[in-house]
Design a protein around this ligand. Structure first.
Ligand SMILES: Cc1cc2nc3c(=O)[nH]c(=O)nc-3n(C[C@H](O)[C@H](O)[C@H](O)COP(=O)(O)OP(=O)(O)OC[C@H]3O[C@@H](n4cnc5c(N)ncnc54)[C@H](O)[C@@H]3O)c2cc1C
Length: 498
């Protein structure tokens, strides 16, 4: 450990580690990217976080906040020489006020742990990403995560009331309020949500919580082998009297991976739609389920649903879709696009055409009710082919009026594409906001903001986060160098403009 790090270790109540085992653990996230952190710091409290940020400014060292490390686009992959600020040990649930609809938590609380604590109080936190066993509330907020239930309840953005954070200049501040209604200018909380650790480090979060419905029934519905899922999404999404809170899709390949004992059970050879019906009694749930079945019949789906009494069991199985594909195929492109529901079939067609053009197998699952799909192209994700596939998928999605990220975020992998969706003026506003919160650009450089190098090719970015794949090869095409210029330790000067 060098002198500066020893000074840091002495100045905080938490710990600083540089051993290879711990650094390896935090050098990657759920993507194929791999970084080279200089150290891991586990702050003890918010005062420690302030000290860490001030130290990092002084020494010009990048900081990467980390929760569960499950993000899928390199959001939590540290660039070379970065310090990982590990908040996974911050697991306290400080306060739950079910009557007033909020819970105040430390950022490292795993999503599922919060759900379990809230269930005892008759409440729940609606965002339930597939990674809920290990992803944290801090990570969910910083990526604006969603899960199956976002069809009814929306993404994490709608479920955050207040955030205590430390900005990139070391200022400790509080954004938002526990009050239910508030109209005091633009919403800073919403700006923080989805900012991927680039504006500040959250040290405490107050989330909104909802009353837990008495019955939450999961339904698994086999679909005809070749029915376009979009028509079904629109029919189910607009049906009345169904109490649907989730409309999920697994293509035949993904369904086969999750079928069998301990999974979805015997489900047949075709694609599946997975649903959640909410109700306040079993009778009401039966009535709503019948309405769902009638709607399915109207769209030509004849098979009867298989029932899961507790929808959470179904979502735990569904959350394994990505893991099952990991086991079978290893690294691949895991995309995350969305279009308006009436364009789902056009998107599915475009995905198939991209896959066929490159002769690459594709597996598809996603949050059908919201037009949010995860095409998994089985191709080495750092290869030139992968880069072309991503580019074509982005173009097709945007042409359909869609978005390049429904829920996973931008990270390092999609930073180069951000401007194509939101346009240069909006990117410049984001950059200005970044400069206001993090004047030296030390917070998670290389993520979210498009690399300036894309426009000024003579000045290549240094230290692209996650610039090497797990196999040790450089990431190819547009994924490579998807970084802000990474500050390096050295004499104090103003960082490259973010
Ligand atoms: C099997 C699997 C299934 C998944 N399913 C879904 C899904 O259904 N829906 C979905 O949306 N995503 C899903 N994801 C992606 C991922 O789990 C989410 O993005 C999740 O929100 C990341 O949380 P985390 O705690 O792992 O964050 P990390 O990966 O640790 O960090 C993610 C980002 O948040 C920042 N961050 C973390 N903590 C803080 C903090 N305290 N302050 C400031 N910034 C912070 C990091 O710097 C980073 O930029 C899945 C991933 C896997 C591996």
């Amino acid at each position: 450990m060098d002198r500066a790090l020893r000074d840091l270790a002495r100045s905080i109540g938490g710990t600083v580690a540089t051993d290879a085992v711990r650094l390896e653990r935090v050098s990657h996230d759920g993507s194929h990217l791999r970084g080279q952190p200089a150290a891991l710091v586990a702050p003890r409290d918010a005062d420690d976080v302030v000290r860490v940020v001030r130290w990092a400014r002084r020494h010009r060292v990048p900081l990467v906040a980390r929760g569960g490390g499950t993000s899928l686009d390199g959001e939590s992959v540290p660039g070379p020489g970065a310090l990982v600020v590990d908040l996974s040990g911050w697991t306290r649930i400080h306060d739950v006020r079910a009557d007033d609809g909020w819970a105040r938590v430390a950022p490292g609380v795993p999503n599922l742990a919060l759900q379990q604590a809230l269930a005892l109080r008759g409440a729940f936190f609606p965002p339930n990403p597939g990674s809920w066993a290990t992803s944290t509330i801090g990570g969910n907020v910083a990526t604006n995560a969603s899960g199956p239930r976002s069809f009814r309840y929306g993404p994490t953005r709608l479920w955050v009331r207040e955030i205590e954070l430390v900005l990139g200049d070391g200022t400790r501040t509080r954004w938002g309020s526990r009050v239910r209604k508030r109209s005091v200018g633009p919403d800073l909380v919403s700006l923080f949500v989805g900012s991927e650790g680039t504006l500040g480090i959250a040290t405490e979060i107050t989330v909104r919580i909802a009353p837990r419905p008495a019955v939450r029934r999961g339904l698994v519905v086999p679909l005809p082998a070749r029915g376009p899922p979009g028509r079904l999404a629109v029919a189910l999404g607009s049906a009345r009297g169904t109490g649907l809170s989730a409309i999920e899709y697994l293509d035949a390949g993904c369904a086969a991976e999750l079928a069998g004992p301990g999974g979805l059970g015997p489900v047949g050879p075709g694609p599946l739609v997975l649903l959640e019906v909410e109700a306040e009694s079993e009778r009401e749930a039966d009535r709503r389920e019948s309405e769902v079945v009638r709607t399915l019949r109207r769209t030509g789906v004849r098979a009867s649903p298989v029932r899961f009494g507790d929808a959470d069991e179904l979502w735990s199985v569904r959350g394994q879709a990505s893991v099952a594909l990991d086991r079978r195929f290893g690294e691949r492109i895991r995309e995350d696009v969305a279009v308006p529901p009436d364009r789902i079939d056009a998107l599915v067609g475009a995905i198939d055409r991209v896959a066929r053009r490159h002769a690459v197998p594709v597996y598809l699952f996603g949050h059908l009710g919201e037009g949010s799909l995860h095409p998994n192209f089985v191709v080495p994700p750092a290869s030139p082919t992968a880069s072309r596939i991503r580019g074509e998928l982005v173009a097709a999605t945007l042409a359909l009026g869609g978005t390049i990220s429904a829920e996973h975020g931008i990270g390092a992998i999609k930073a180069a594409h951000l401007e194509r969706e939101i346009g240069r003026p909006a990117v410049e506003v984001l950059r200005a906001l970044k400069r206001a919160c993090d004047p030296d650009g030390i917070l998670n450089p290389g993520k979210l903001y498009p690399p300036r190098a894309a426009r000024r090719s003579s000045r290549s970015p240094s230290g692209a986060a996650g610039s090497r794949s797990r196999r040790g090869g450089p990431t190819g095409g547009t994924d490579r160098g998807a970084a802000e210029r990474t500050p390096r330790p050295g004499p104090r000067r103003r960082a490259a403009r973010p």
